[in-house]
Design a protein around this ligand. Sequence first.
Ligand SMILES: Cc1cc2nc3c(=O)[nH]c(=O)nc-3n(C[C@H](O)[C@H](O)[C@H](O)COP(=O)(O)O)c2cc1C
Length: 157
Amino acid sequence: MQYIQVYYISLSGNTTDFLKRVNQYICANYGMELNIVNIKDKVKDGESIYFQATEPYFSFLPAYLEGGNGLDTGFTEILTTPLKEFIAYKENRKLCLGVVGSGNRNFNKQFCLTAYQYADTFGFPVIDEFELRGTNEDVGRIGDKMVAMINDREGVK
Ligand SMILES: Cc1cc2nc3c(=O)[nH]c(=O)nc-3n(C[C@H](O)[C@H](O)[C@H](O)COP(=O)(O)O)c2cc1C
């Protein structure tokens, strides 16, 4: 079984739920599996978040921004910064193939904004975005993109 590595953060469980469904989808359709690591669990268990990734990975990031009215204020990242610190550590940013953002459309202009901030800071692409737990269409579309990107890297036709 081929594994696709994901380092992500989920605080209220939506992103974890989404990733579990992507895992089922790519297992059923491609015979591949996701290996998902929630950086929040490392923090909770007192484990270091300063370790080096050893293979290319995807990042999944819900937006948590301080205050703001969703229009012209509230651009300061809160709660998800451990993922940022992990990516900033040593060469980790170079192994990140891209980030999938999530959020809630009630936040208007701030929807999924943190993913775009990471893309600017670290120089990798925003691959896609979804709202809350995502739809089954989101699951299939994002799963297909991840597999295609991994296969491209490995020269699979
Ligand atoms: C304090 C707080 C701030 C948030 N800020 C944003 C935001 O700026 N933009 C956005 O799209 N969603 C925002 N959200 C919504 C979350 O990104 C959304 O609920 C997401 O699905 C949470 O993912 P998780 O359950 O995996 O932690 C915010 C939620 C909370 C509780």
